[in-house]
Write a protein that binds this ligand. Sequence first.
Ligand code: 5RP
Length: 238
Amino acid sequence: MDKKAEALAAAKRAAGYKAADMITDGMVVGLGTGSTVYYMIERLSTRVKKGLEVSGIPTSFQTALRAREAGISLTTMDDHPVIDIAIDGADEVDPKLRLIKGRGAAHLREKCMAAASKRFVVVVDEQKIVKNLGTAAVPVEVLPFAVMPVLNDLRGLGCEPIIREAMKKDGPVITDNGNFIVDCKFSAIKNPEKLEAAIAAIPGVVESGLFCGFTKKTTVIVGGIKKCTVITSPDVVT
Ligand code: 5RP
């Protein structure tokens, strides 16, 4: 690992560990997806091995596999429709704590988890903090049956939609829910709430990676090499 990659890993580890330390005995914990959440699971695993009792709800096959290997008990939203705390990564975070997520194509379940959670903790490194959302493309999960009309409708919203291709499989990425991902690059996102609603209104769209509706219960932990910065919405009840 070169120095830059080491520094990035250290920042992600710091954010992930700090989030894992917010979990208390008996909590039902939403487990997001991605490389920063990986460190949160690592730290939570250590705490569980020392006696902490928690039940995790994973948002992807990747997280379910990692959590099982880490010795974390898993449950479902069927058994626990209200989650005490959800911890997840993000691709962009703006000053109002609105997010773009979905690089890992897990944003559908991640959004369901965030909605069901009393508290939403987002773990990121400094590179993810932006003034305006939209440098990253907005991932949109789409029902394969409807993908062609959906592409047309997405173009109508002013973006360049691209069906995400798999890396070690020919053809499109198939999500954990059996759908396609369309990455939508907008030149600028002036009103993220309006755009999220407009994308959601397209028949065949399952979910977009714009997360604008959870800001009031959001805490963002920004990992750094020496310390973490914690940004909490004034509405968060701790
Ligand atoms: C998966 C996600 C991830 O949480 C997001 O992409 C951040 O991942 P990482 O911590 O690996 O940068 O939304 O769908």
